[in-house]
Ligand binder design. Structure first.
Ligand code: NAD
Length: 483
């Protein structure tokens, strides 16, 4: 299965690019394989193929075929799951247990949308006597899917699943760092019998020329982008001229709000896990921990201990809970931000850094924890995409809500308490697309996720993801009445 020299998939053929680039293992700097270097020309060809495929009825108007293809794809991925998990850890660095969970989640998501492919209903109204308004839910057209490196399997599945299920055709543009994993996933799709040529395409690149063309091409109808808020804003501007539908899943700064009735040791252990998932490179990772003043000192002790105990190393070792960051530039940027925070915070509780025994070309960074009272500090406001947590204090529910909502983001949050009414009261008040109660980072194929405010537009996962990839057409017909 694992094709360590990936090509691009355009109009049914796997083709090379103008050059190729290396995929680097962030745990040791070794080369995992090579991927085809594409650009604007490849994007144009892929868009043209997807456009032609959309305008043939054999995909966009054939839900039973779409279901068969999605379910066939899931079965093929299942057969390769362990190899895919290893490849994910090699390219991304995450702990192998997280990779296995992600591959299983991606397959489950493709099956979920395979099931839904035959149920994309509109509705019909009799608006006046003898006048029928049919509201037909149609696929929106060609969807460009720009997928990041942090969870490349499940974030591909949650975008391509609804896009293909409802009858769109797609062009996938993976992040350079995880192109081999995306290509391996799509290679399995390309082998499913019955998939029409041009329905799914993939272009790869180290730069952004192909991605930029996907965003401004008049033949692309939807852009589904998962990535940073800064790039999301650039995409919004670039997509304005052609008035595309935008599905934007952007950055976050998740707060965990901890009340004194939550067990401090257990809560700290679970928040430490939530903060270091994918080495802190998950959009929903725990970033700020707001703790009631009466439990503050206990949480300090337990959280520092839980983070300090995190095993950091090569993700292929099953004893390791935290792998490296995605690459050296990302590691260096996070380290710089964390060191700036050390200089200005109220108290450094755990001073993370580069482990002394890590290979020279690796990108490891151990977790850090600071305490700080002023939520306007840059490290309470900016998304720092790595293993860095801030502990803050509150006295009342109202103060906790005000502090937690003091952010431009609105992706996710969690509330930790044994008081059920308080948990729901807080969940209602927190301005986020997802709020967990006594939990963090749980995402399901069935449950819509997305951002409030600058965390994005639209929803992926769940049935409502179809809204991002469909148009609702009004067909009006006067049929008259009898008698
Ligand atoms: P990023 O913003 O750097 O995105 C990189 C991708 O954007 C690449 O594929 C690149 O080719 C493309 N790109 C760059 N400039 C472009 C342009 N002008 N036009 C079109 N495409 C362009 O993000 P990243 O660092 O790869 O990912 C990390 C970010 O993703 C974090 O902010 C994280 O919170 C966010 N994220 C969000 C979610 C979510 O569900 N909300 C999930 C995962 C990650």
């Amino acid at each position: 299965m694992t094709n360590l020299n990936s090509l691009q998939w355009i109009d049914g053929a796997w083709v090379p690019g103008t050059d190729r680039f290396a995929s680097i293992n962030p745990a040791d700097g070794s080369i995992v394989g090579h991927a085809a270097e594409g650009g604007r020309a490849e994007a144009e060809a892929a868009i043209a193929a997807a456009h032609a495929a959309f305008h043939r009825p054999d995909w966009a108007q054939n839900p039973r075929l779409r279901q068969a293809v999605l379910l066939g794809w899931a079965n093929r991925l299942d057969a390769e799951a362990e190899d895919l998990a290893r490849l994910l850890t090699l390219e991304n660095g995450k702990a192998i247990a997280q990779s296995r969970g992600e591959i299983a989640g991606a397959i489950s998501e493709i099956r979920y949308y395979g099931g839904l492919a035959r149920h994309v209903p509109g509705h019909v109204l009799e608006v006046e006597p003898g006048v029928l308004s049919t509201m037909l839910r149609e696929p929106a057209g060609v969807a460009a899917l720009i997928i990041p490196w942090n969870a490349p399997a499940v974030l591909l599945a949650r975008a391509i699943g609804p896009a293909l299920a409802c009858g769109c055709t797609v062009v996938v543009k993976p992040a350079a760092q995880t192109t081999l994993l995306t290509a391996a996933f799509l290679r399995a799709l390309s082998e499913v019998p019955g998939l029409p040529r041009g329905v799914c395409n993939m272009v790869s690149e180290t730069g952004h020329a192909a991605a930029a063309r996907l965003v401004d091409s008049p033949l692309v109808d939807v852009v589904s982008f998962t990535g940073s808020t800064a790039t999301g804003k650039r995409i919004m501007v670039a997509a304005a001229d052609t008035m595309k539908k935008l599905s934007l899943e952007l950055g976050g700064k998740s707060c965990c709000v901890v009340f004194p009735d939550a067990d401090p040791a257990e809560t700290a252990a679970r928040i430490a896990t939530a903060a270091t998932i994918i080495s802190g490179q998950q959009c929903t990772a725990a970033r700020r921990v707001l703790v009631h003043a009466s439990a503050f000192d206990a949480m300090k002790t337990h959280l520092r201990a839980a983070l300090a105990a995190m095993t950091v190393g090569n993700g292929l070792d099953p004893a390791i809970r935290m792998g490296p960051l995605i690459d050296r530039p990302a590691r260096d940027q996070v380290q710089t931000q964390v060191e700036r925070a050390f200089d200005t915070c109220d108290e450094v509780l755990l001073r993370g850094g580069v482990p002394t025994d890590s290979p020279a070309a690796a990108s490891f960074l151990t977790p850090s924890l600071v305490a700080h009272d002023d939520p306007s500090a840059f490290f309470c406001q900016d998304e720092i995409f790595g293993p860095f947590l801030v502990l803050e204090r509150f006295e009342t529910e109202a103060e906790a809500v005000a502090k937690a909502n003091n952010t431009v983001f609105g992706l996710s949050a969690s509330v930790w308490t044994r008081d059920g009414a308080r948990a729901l009261r807080m969940a209602r008040a927190l301005r986020n697309g997802t709020v967990w109660i006594n939990d963090h980072n749980r995402l399901f194929a069935e449950a819509e996720t997305g951002g409030y405010r600058q965390s994005g537009l639209g929803r992926l996962h769940g049935y409502d993801a179809f809204a991002d990839f469909t148009e609702l057409k009004h067909i009006c017909q006067t049929v008259g009445t009898i008698g």
